[in-house]
Design a protein around this ligand. Structure first.
Ligand SMILES: C[S@@+](CC[C@H](N)C(=O)[O-])C[C@H]1O[C@@H](n2cnc3c(N)ncnc32)[C@H](O)[C@@H]1O
Length: 250
């Protein structure tokens, strides 16, 4: 039975848009401090078989914020026979987008993810009889590709985007990046609450993020804000979810 104070607190949380304030816990200066603060009885980070099914069905949907991604992917598709899907989970966006984009028969949708997610992703692709998809555990494993998609990766990646993009066998010419949590103030890292797990979640400084892309040779051709994924959190203040289309060169 909840006390009066607990009931008032949950009413307040609900009136603030509840779910998201329960979704994040703590505020840390960097990724490693957040990881070190994960409770002992909880799994730490994304790289666990038990974490793979979390939100899988939801992520296989095409949401409103995916349409700028579809817009740019459709334009760059003729330039490539391989799309790298960095942080592509178990091929969620391949599944979502295959009824909305016309993929050439020779297209390889190359998912790049963490080893435990990769294992589950390969098994799921085989069980579903998916063709046109390959699943890899690191940038260095993937043959050259001119197009990279990173949808929902950069909240979780302990690297800046420029150095990360340079780790691929050849640096992708086109980078379509979506759902980056940003703020104008200094970066904060919090712990996203998953069932049985806590995942370091970076709310990046916008200027640092964008400078990392331009330092790696990219021009930001287009960017968009995703109002429905942006928040004003009582502890971290305002954050804005953003997407980008970047091209190597000017
Ligand atoms: C929220 S999911 C995004 C899934 C999908 N791309 C989407 O937009 O719905 C974040 C993904 O990033 C992956 N990830 C986290 N750290 C990573 C890393 N160091 N390298 C590759 N993938 C990583 C996670 O395993 C997870 O699959």
């Amino acid at each position: 039975m909840k006390s009066l104070a607990q009931r008032a607190a949950s009413r307040l949380r609900r009136s603030l848009g509840g779910r998201d304030y329960d979704r994040f816990k703590g505020s840390y200066p960097d990724y490693d401090s957040a990881l070190a603060a994960v409770g002992r009885e909880r799994l730490a980070g994304y790289n666990h078989a038990a974490v793979a099914p979390v939100s899988y069905e939801l992520m296989c949907r095409t949401e409103l914020w995916d349409y700028p991604v579809l817009f740019w992917l459709e334009r760059v598709l003729p330039d490539t026979n391989r799309i790298i899907d960095a942080g592509g989970h178990m091929g969620t966006k391949f599944r979502a987008f295959s009824s909305r984009l016309i993929f050439p028969e020779s297209l390889d949708w190359a998912v790049c993810d963490l080893p435990e997610i990769v294992k589950q992703g390969r098994a799921q692709a085989e069980a579903d009889g998916l063709s046109g998809i390959s699943v890899h555990a690191g940038p260095e494993e993937i043959p050259p590709a001119s197009v990279l998609l990173a949808s929902g990766l950069f909240q979780y990646l302990d690297e800046d985007p420029g150095p990360y993009l340079k780790r691929f066998v050849s640096q992708p010419v086109h980078a379509v990046i979506n759902k980056v949590a940003t703020r104008d103030a200094e970066e904060v890292v919090t712990l996203e609450q998953f069932p049985g797990a806590e995942i370091p979640y970076r709310i990046r400084n916008r200027q640092v993020f964008e400078r990392s892309l331009t330092d790696a040779g990219y021009t930001i051709i287009d960017q968009w804000e995703i109002a429905s994924l942006s928040h004003t959190h009582p502890a971290f203040g305002k954050s804005t979810s953003r997407g980008y289309y970047c091209r190597l060169g000017s």
